[in-house]
Design a protein around this ligand. Structure first.
Ligand SMILES: Cc1ncc(C[n+]2csc(CCOP(=O)(O)OP(=O)(O)O)c2C)c(N)n1
Ligand SMILES: O=C1C[C@@H](O)[C@H](O)[C@@H](O)C1=O
Ligand SMILES: [Mg+2]
Length: 636
């Protein structure tokens, strides 16, 4: 056996350079690079190995571990899970900062390799700086908190363990049915320890994204279900996007007149201007999609996890009359809602299903077009919303008085409604630009109002809806799609939560554009509490004298080196967008919008857990409403 003497960290870097993915006849390196923040836990181990020979890996210095991990995840999501970044952190707080991002990657089924350092295997310096101590166990470190948010988790305390650990991690990350974050915690001292590694460990390894084919039984069952239904409906989930099933979805939908509705992860698999695409489904859905869902007798879920938003807490469909057909590479998701299961790749299944459906046509007739037209009228109305200082009736009704709305208009110096601003952006930026968002009121507005006309240009993280993903993620998308303009749509709350990777983007000349919607508060949560009978409590941004905060975010970003703009009107917004598009540096547009001017719900309900006991009549009513809705909802 030929061996090579390397440190554990050097062996890790050498191995990462040799991993390839094979998809539909093409083969390419799977690991694009490494995001790094060095501390005492990794600088002399993984840091030394990367400095000595990083190979083809791009090494990018992050500014916050969560932020750089979000960037890594967004890169992989935008690359349809076909390429990844690894993320190296120090021990203790650096590792702990990964937990939120790992949860985000896990909820969204996105592969990322997390490499937090761990405390000393030898225990000689016990307790090392940043080590937590438990009386009952030496074996628990900060990194155990990552077990709950990793698809694969391991601790390496001897150099030779690295080999089996890495092989398992790559098996998990390159399997579409299991894809998610893999976490390998390598003890600080072990990173620098040497071992005679078997040379064969470093030979080029090709992992295959083979399309799992449906069985005959699955295909026959699916075809029979469709042909015996009158009004089937396709839910396009993230899995359909990752499987690149756009063309097959369009041809199936067109030939058999089947409406398409979308989840947040599935949106932009098929462009919004496709005639049978009725847009977002569920709590953040359109009237068109939600109405079609209720009329349907067969729900064909393609690559969807059926979250409570998508299923409106299991009231979106008519469960008494509808059947379910789930096409999913994951058995976990295929089993949901008592569906007939096809555990297979979305694109391959649609290809093989097509010849079995013959001349079958649904009974939707012109109803799909009618629903789409009806929604277009509503969208046009939302575009034209205009603020008045008297008798203004915002989309979120009955919560703020006119006086409070005027106070916001005065303090923020704006009359701009959020829906108007969003549609103006959709009309102005280049159609092949990629938009990213994650939390607050924007995901709902985007899923309803954003019309992507180019495939894979809508990037929503709504599995974890993690505030702070937006700007970090924009950097990841830019690394994946260098030639496209990238726009992070972010609330003021999310911006304040985390925007450190804006500096990384500036530092590495990765131009991203930030569209900051400032309504001076945690707007959507304020809506939620007031809608359910509560007061406006701890969600507006007000100072100790109850004055609304008016933060100059443009100035903040200018300080980092971004080109910035302020927008209080549609005209200013469009001018800023036009100028921002010409810049080569990162940009930020500080858009002041009025609270309560985001979209409201359309025929949907969300189970929230309203207080059963309260002195407030509004809360009592909300509780009653919740109980009625729960009775209508599917129990499991
Ligand atoms: C990390 C994280 N913490 C808390 C939440 C809960 N949360 C969801 S939306 C929201 C407020 C968002 O405020 P902002 O970004 O200003 O958006 P707006 O609703 O005002 O449009 C909060 C606190 C979350 N989604 N993520
Ligand atoms: O609690 C939440 C409510 C949603 O409306 C919001 O989009 C999401 O970010 C969230 O966490
Ligand atoms: Mg806000």
């Amino acid at each position: 056996m030929e061996t090579i003497r390397l440190t554990t960290a050097q062996a890790l870097v050498k191995f990462l350079n040799q991993q390839y993915l094979h998809v539909d006849g093409e083969e390419f390196p799977f690991v694009e690079g490494v995001f790094a923040i060095f501390g005492h836990g990794n600088v002399l181990g993984i840091g030394q190995a990367l400095e000595q020979d990083a190979g083809h890996l791009k090494v990018i210095q992050g500014k916050n571990e969560q932020g750089m991990a979000h960037a890594a995840m967004a890169f992989s999501k935008q690359m349809l899970r076909q390429k990844i970044f690894a993320v190296t952190t120090s021990v203790g707080p650096g590792a702990a900062n990964l937990v939120t991002a790992a949860g985000t990657a896990l909820a969204n089924n996105i592969p990322v390799l997390f490499l937090p350092s761990d405390t000393f295997a030898s225990r000689q310096p016990d307790p090392v700086l940043q080590q937590v101590e438990h009386e009952h166990s030496f074996a628990i470190t900060t990194n155990d908190s990552l077990r709950a948010v990793s698809r694969y988790w391991d601790r390496v305390v001897r150099p030779e363990q690295l080999m089996t650990s890495l092989i398992r991690a790559f098996e998990v990350m390159t399997d579409p049915a299991k894809a998610g974050p893999a976490t390998i915690c390598i003890a600080q001292d072990v990173q620098g320890e040497a071992f005679d590694f078997d040379e064969r460990f470093f030979v080029k390894r090709v992992h295959y994204h083979d399309r799992k084919l449906p069985t005959d039984r699955e295909l026959q069952g699916a075809a029979e279900l469709i042909k015996s239904s009158k009004r089937p409906l396709i839910v396009v989930g993230g899995g359909a996007k990752y499987s690149q099933a756009r063309d097959q979805l369009i041809s199936l939908s067109e030939k058999h007149n089947i409406p398409l509705v979308e989840t947040q992860a599935g949106k932009s698999t098929v462009e919004s201007n496709f005639k049978n695409n009725l847009g977002g489904l569920g709590v953040t859905g359109t009237l068109a999609a939600n109405r079609a869902a209720r009329q349907s007798d067969l729900i064909i879920g393609i690559g969807t996890r059926y979250t409570d938003f998508t299923t409106s807490s299991k009231t979106a469909f008519n469960f008494d009359t509808s059947r379910f057909l789930n096409i999913n590479v994951s058995r976990l998701h295929a089993y949901k809602l008592d569906a007939f299961q096809v555990v297979a790749d979305a694109r391959a299944t649609l290809e093989q299903l097509a010849p079995l459906l013959g001349d079958y046509v649904t009974e939707f007739g012109h109803e799909i077009q009618r629903l789409k037209d009806e929604w277009s009228v509503e969208r046009a109305r939302l575009q034209r919303v205009t603020f008045h200082e008297q008798d203004f009736d915002p989309e979120i009704k009955g919560q703020f008085t006119q006086d409070v709305l005027n106070e916001y208009a005065g303090t923020l110096n704006t009359e701009l409604p959020q829906t108007t601003a969003l549609i103006a952006i959709n009309e102005t930026i280049a159609p092949n630009s990629v938009v990213i968002s994650a939390a607050g009121s924007l995901p709902g507005d985007l899923q309803r109002l954003w019309n992507p006309t180019v495939s894979n240009t809508y990037h929503l993280e709504y599995g974890y809806s993690c505030m702070g993903y937006e700007i970090s993620g924009a950097l990841g998308i830019k690394l994946a799609e260098a030639t496209k303009d990238v726009y992070a749509l972010v609330g003021d709350g999310s911006f304040l939560m985390l925007h450190s990777e804006l500096i990384t983007a500036i530092q590495y000349n990765q131009k991203i554009n930030i569209l900051l919607f400032d309504n001076s508060g945690f707007g959507c949560i304020n809506n939620l509490q007031m809608e359910n009978g509560g007061g406006s409590y701890c969600c507006e941004f007000r100072d100790s004298d109850n004055q609304i905060l008016n933060i100059d975010y443009a100035k903040v970003a200018e300080g980092y080196g971004a080109k910035t703009y302020r927008a209080y009107t549609v005209k200013q917004l469009k001018e800023a967008l036009a100028d921002a598009a010409k810049q080569s540096v990162c940009t930020l547009i500080d858009i002041k919008v009025l609270p309560k001017t985001m979209t409201a719900g359309y025929d949907s309900w969300w189970n929230l857990g309203v207080a059963e006991v309260s002195d407030r009549e509004g809360i009592q009513q909300a509780y009653e409403h919740q109980e009625q809705q729960r009775k209508l909802a599917k129990q499991y």
